[in-house]
Design a protein around this ligand. Structure first.
Ligand code: NAD
Ligand code: GLY
Length: 550
């Protein structure tokens, strides 16, 4: 965990002043890369420019950036041209949270007018020079940045406070190493345990291989005497007997409800089959329901648990990538209505999540891709560094390399837990986890539930939401292209189905985020951070047309 914060932006945008104040507030060490270069060479920057020229200075700067970004817990103010070197840009982006301080040309001119230490501004027309520098560097600053701050405010303390407010909690802990917290050795690999802290509704998320074989873990996490396993016709032949054997050896009474497989059955009629079973078996309030399967089984079992006798405990044993990285965590439960996706449901937290990553060995490739959509979502909305890691490791993930899968499951659960801890019932922040879902849910409902997989619809929905963000000027062309490329590399569709414009709008109007009839979207601003907003209908229609035709 680096804990680093890097400031980028044009000369005179306030990086040193703001960086110093920010470091004081966050109790981190402050370093200015220009001062470091001067300390290493023993001469001032203008002298280096004069004697060696800009090319040589840039090489010195790149060396310093490489070395300093490898440190931990620093606030680093970089020189205005640091991002020109592609390696430096990558180091900055991957090794900390990058804040782009964006200042207007007029205020930069005002701040630098008496500064003799700016070799690039020693020209007859500094305004023209600054405009050229801005045109050249602005796209690079945006590419590097996780957060863009307009420095219009005159008061440094005010500016620092607004950075502290906007700094996503998780961006102070960008982490590119495999997750390492609470690691305990188990027989066939490594068990990782995360905790979702919700007071009396807190629970653990256990991630590891062969957890269905781990009687100690199962005994610890599932304590009641009576269990009912809810699963489906695909998962039952693969894993039900194994789990039943565990319960038998632990001396628990156990029965199973086996539902038909698929999103098309996530409805009242099939939810009722669970209630029929519970009542027929005279299950009481101490009975624990176990969801053994993907997100459909998890959502339905959770909703049954929330409502049977006004609430019985349940445990999630997710067996798809999608359910291990997303749906088993956070307590959203429910079923679909013919008019809208997940429209009937409850917030109801499980008692534990046990994600046995070995179950992914039997998962079809198409389903693996569907899960990767939610993983990409986590990078896109919160952690640009994680997004970059996914770009570099997609082939390993699609080849089901255990280490790579374990890392993305743990990092995804960590990101999701962090959001849910701050906003369990989606009063605001949690809605960002719906990035791509406004479009995605419309695709699922519009084509008929089960025609496209949920993850496929979300993948395409993220491409559409990125296009919308681009058209609104929130992200640049490079970022929207990276999103589309990553979704495509994950094996997901990137061209939207043609439902007809009117139908698209109608479907998006049935969304839980909407307020007062206005459709709300999760937009990237920039890649790695997100905002919730309504959009002008014209831009939405242009986005739809573009994404359907692409
Ligand atoms: P799914 O549950 O339909 O599972 C996908 C397919 O894989 C099914 O055919 C299933 O039987 C099969 N399967 C499951 N485990 C397997 C295994 N180990 N080996 C082989 N086949 C296996 O779909 P999903 O993608 O897991 O979940 C999608 C659902 O999750 C949607 O209904 C979506 O709305 C919901 N969801 C909920 C949340 C939430 O927060 N509650 C978040 C995201 C998605
Ligand atoms: N999958 C969206 C959420 O859990 O909030």
């Amino acid at each position: 965990m680096s804990g680093n914060i890097f400031l980028v932006g044009l000369m005179g945008s306030g990086k040193t002043t703001v960086g110093r104040a920010l470091a004081r507030k966050l109790n981190k060490r402050f370093i200015d890369s220009d001062h470091e270069i001067e300390a290493r060479t023993g001469v001032s920057i203008p002298v280096i420019f004069e004697i060696e020229g800009e090319v040589s200075f840039r090489q010195r700067e790149a060396d310093v950036i490489r070395d300093l970004t490898a440190l931990s817990d620093i606030v680093l103010a970089t020189g205005g041209g640091a991002v020109l070197n592609p390696d430096s840009l990558r180091y900055l982006h991957e090794r900390g949270t990058v804040i782009y301080l964006r200042a207007g040309i007029n205020s930069i001119l005002q701040r630098t007018r008496n500064d003799k230490n700016r070799p690039l501004l020693r020209t007859a027309d500094p305004r023209k020079k600054l405009e050229e520098l801005e045109a050249q560097r602005h796209p690079l600053y945006q590419q590097a940045a996780h957060l863009v701050i307009e420095t219009g405010r005159p008061n440094v303390q005010h500016l620092v406070q607004s950075i502290l407010d906007k700094l996503p909690k998780s961006s102070t802990k960008v982490d590119f190493q495999p997750y390492q917290t609470d690691m305990q050795s188990v027989k066939n690999g490594t068990l990782q345990t995360l905790n979702l802290d919700l007071g009396e509704r807190s629970y653990s998320i256990s991630i590891g291989q062969q957890l269905l074989e781990d009687s100690l873990l199962i005994a610890e996490k599932i304590r009641g005497k009576h269990v009912v396993i809810v699963t489906n016709t695909v998962v039952a032949p693969l894993y039900l007997a194994r789990l039943e054997a565990q319960f038998k050896s632990l001396d628990k009474t156990c029965s199973a409800v086996i539902l038909p497989d698929g999103e098309a059955y996530k409805n009242w009629d099939h939810l009722n089959l669970i209630f029929d079973h519970l009542l027929r078996h005279k299950c009481d309030r101490k009975t624990i329901l176990i969801a053994l399967g993907g997100g459909v089984i998890g959502d339905m079992t959770g909703f049954a648990a929330a409502t049977y006798m006004r609430g019985v405990p349940f445990v999630q044993i997710p067996t798809t990538l999608l359910s291990q990285v997303d749906s088993s965590v956070g307590g959203k439960t429910g079923i679909n209505h013919p008019l809208g996706k997940n429209m009937i449901g409850a917030f109801y937290q499980p008692q534990a999540v046990i994600a046995d990553t070995s179950t992914l060995n039997s998962l079809p490739d198409k389903e693996l891709s569907a899960g990767l959509a939610e993983v990409i979502k986590h990078g896109a909305i919160i952690d640009a560094g994680f997004f970059t890691w996914l770009e570099q490791n997609m082939a390993r993930l699609r080849a089901k390399e255990p280490d790579a899968l374990a890392y993305v499951i743990a990092r995804s659960c960590e990101i999701k837990a962090d959001v849910v801890q701050q906003d369990e019932r989606e009063g605001g922040l949690r809605a960002i986890l719906n990035f791509g879902h406004t479009f995605g849910h419309a695709i699922e409902a519009g084509l008929g539930f089960g025609t496209w997989l949920h993850g496929e619809a979300v993948g395409c929905g993220m491409v559409m939401a990125a296009e919308l963000s681009f058209r609104l000027g929130h992200i640049d062309y490079v970022s929207k292209t990276r999103i589309k490329q990553l979704v495509e590399n994950a094996g997901l569709p990137v061209v939207a189905p043609d439902l007809g414009e009117q139908r698209w709008l109608e479907l998006m109007e049935v969304d839980k985020k909407n307020e007062g009839g206005q459709i709300k979207f999760i937009l990237l601003k920039p890649l790695g951070t997100s905002v919730i907003s309504s959009v002008p209908e014209q831009v939405l229609l242009e986005t739809l047309r573009h994404c359907i035709l692409e």
